[in-house]
Ligand binder design. Structure first.
Ligand code: NI
Length: 201
């Protein structure tokens, strides 16, 4: 078990060292940026919150959304990015209320409603975890051009696996269209500066 943990950390470190434009080699950064931050990239999606409620893209119209695709078993990249999203929401102060942070799992098999509920509470009280069927997750990911791919480390124990996935935070506008895409490595301060360009004073 200890050995597996070390392998998991190494796998993630390698991806990270490779630049983690994507959290894995699936998507180049430029490609992601031009596609995901496109106003034409919008719903519809239907997913299930970590409290078990079915929601669609229409539930979030009128708010800015900070959307991150990842999974709860991710050894380090996802927790770092979710921490940054949470910091950004706090740094926005009163304007933070206009922004809904969303964490959409790319691993619905393991990330059940209960697992998501236990996970999101470690980051921000307003962070909503979203899961769903494989099909529901796939169509949501398609909207924002987020890719993911299962990978099994050579020495993994039976049933254990990782998921390489695009690691980028997407800012969606109140009309549901994509506005900005923040690559892994962005700071909360930079995200806040960008959101303030859109939020009227
Ligand atoms: Ni991850």
């Amino acid at each position: 078990m200890k050995r597996l943990a070390i392998i998991l950390i190494m796998a993630c470190a390698v991806l990270w060292a490779a630049g983690v434009e994507a959290h894995g080699p699936t998507l180049k950064n430029k490609e992601t940026a031009s596609l995901a931050s496109n106003p034409k990239n919008r719903g519809p999606f239907e997913l299930v919150t970590h409290t078990g409620r079915t929601v669609t893209d229409r539930d979030y119209l009128g708010k800015y959304m900070l959307v991150y695709f990842g999974y709860t078993h991710c050894p380090d990249v996802c927790p770092i990015d979710l921490q940054i999203v949470s910091e950004a929401v706090d740094m926005l102060g009163a304007d933070g209320g206009k922004v809904q942070p969303l964490f959409i799992t790319v691993d619905p098999k393991r990330d059940t409603v209960k697992v998501m509920a236990d996970y999101v509470k470690h980051f921000h009280p307003r962070l909503i975890g979203l899961t769903g069927s494989k099909q529901q997750i796939a169509s949501a990911a398609k909207i924002y051009r987020m890719q993911s791919r299962k990978s099994v480390p050579q020495d993994a124990e039976p049933g254990e696996y990782l998921i390489d996935h695009s690691a980028a935070i997407v800012l969606i506008g109140p009309d549901g269209g994509g506005l900005s895409l923040f690559p892994h490595g962005i700071t909360a301060r930079d995200i806040v500066a960008d959101i303030k360009r859109y939020i009227a004073p």
